[in-house]
Design a binder for this molecule. Structure first.
Ligand SMILES: Nc1ncnc2c1ncn2[C@@H]1O[C@H](COP(=O)(O)OP(=O)(O)OP(=O)(O)O)[C@@H](O)[C@H]1O
Ligand SMILES: [Mg+2]
Length: 211
C-alpha cells in the first residue's frame, strides 16, 4: 500500500509432493490468495525460499518467472476470468499464442483435445456468456491445461457455482489429479475437503497442517 508495508504471510513451511491434492483453508483475509499467488509466481515475496524440483527459484528475474509460469503452472480462478469478446476456442488457445512456439495446426489439435477432455468440444465457437457458470469453469480449466503444466492452482474454483455444479468441477479436478497433476486449491467449503490428500490452514498468515 504505497510506502506502507503490510505483512500478510508470516511463518510458513509448506512441502508439496508431486501428485498431491492440497487444500488451503482459512478465514477471509488470512492470506490464502496471497499464498497461492506467491506460489504461482503471480506475486512476489520478500523473504524466504522457494524450491521447485530441487531447484532454487527464489530469485528468478521477471523473464525467468514468466517462463517458469508458462511451463509449469496452470491457474483457475473463482470468476473464471475468460475473455468475453473471445470465443471458447480463442480463450483456450491464448496461452499457446503467448508461448509463441507452436504452429496454428498444432495449436488447434491441443485446444480440441483439451476441450474434449473437459467435455465441451461442442461449445468451441460459443462466447463465454453463452455458457453456464459450470461450463465456463470447465473452459477455464481447459485453458489452464494447454501448456501441459504439472501444477494447477485453483483459487476457490467452485466459489461462484451451486453445489451440484461444484461437485462436477471437483470430479474434473480429481480426475486431473489422478492423471498426475499436482493440485493446490483454496476453498471455503468444508464439503470439498474430502478431495484433498492434505489440508493446510492459514490463520493470520501462519500455516498449520490440519489433521
Ligand atoms: N495488494 C494488496 N495490498 C495491500 N494489502 C493486500 C493486498 N492484497 C491483499 N491484501 C491484504 O492481505 C490480506 C490477505 O488477503 P488475501 O486476499 O490473501 O486473503 P484471502 O485469505 O484470500 O481472503 P478471501 O477468503 O476473502 O479471499 C488481507 O488483509 C488483505 O487486505
Ligand atoms: Mg482469496
Amino acid at each position: 500500500m504505497g510506502k506502507e508495508k503490510f505483512q500478510v504471510l508470516k511463518s510458513l513451511n509448506l512441502n508439496i509432493e508431486a501428485g498431491e491434492f492440497i487444500m488451503i483453508i482459512g478465514k477471509s483475509g488470512s492470506g490464502k490468495t496471497t499464498l497461492l499467488n506467491v506460489l504461482a509466481f503471480l506475486d512476489k515475496f520478500d523473504d524466504g525460499n522457494y524450491i521447485f524440483n530441487n531447484e532454487n527459484v527464489t530469485n528468478l528475474n521477471e523473464n525467468q518467472r514468466s517462463v517458469f509460469r508458462n511451463k509449469n503452472i496452470g491457474f483457475v480462478f473463482q470468476q473464471f476470468n475468460l475473455i468475453e469478446t473471445l470465443n471458447v476456442y480463442q480463450n483456450v488457445e491464448l496461452p499457446l499464442i503467448y508461448d509463441g512456439i507452436l504452429k496454428k495446426v498444432e495449436r488447434e489439435e491441443i485446444v480440441s483435445q483439451k476441450l474434449k477432455d473437459v467435455g465441451l468440444l461442442d461449445k468451441i465457437k460459443s462466447l463465454p456468456l453463452q455458457l453456464s457458470g459450470g461450463q465456463q469453469q470447465r473452459i477455464a480449466i481447459a485453458r489452464s491445461l494447454v501448456n501441459n503444466p504439472s501444477l494447477i492452482f485453483a483459487d476457490e474454483p467452485t466459489g461462484a457455482l451451486d453445489s451440484e455444479t461444484s461437485m462436477e468441477i471437483m470430479e474434473l479436478l480429481k480426475s486431473l489429479n489422478e492423471q498426475g497433476k499436482t493440485i493446490i486449491m483454496v476453498t471455503h467449503d468444508n464439503d470439498l475437503l474430502k478431495y484433498a490428500t492434505k489440508v493446510v490452514k492459514l490463520k493470520d498468515g501462519v500455516l498449520s497442517l490440519e489433521v
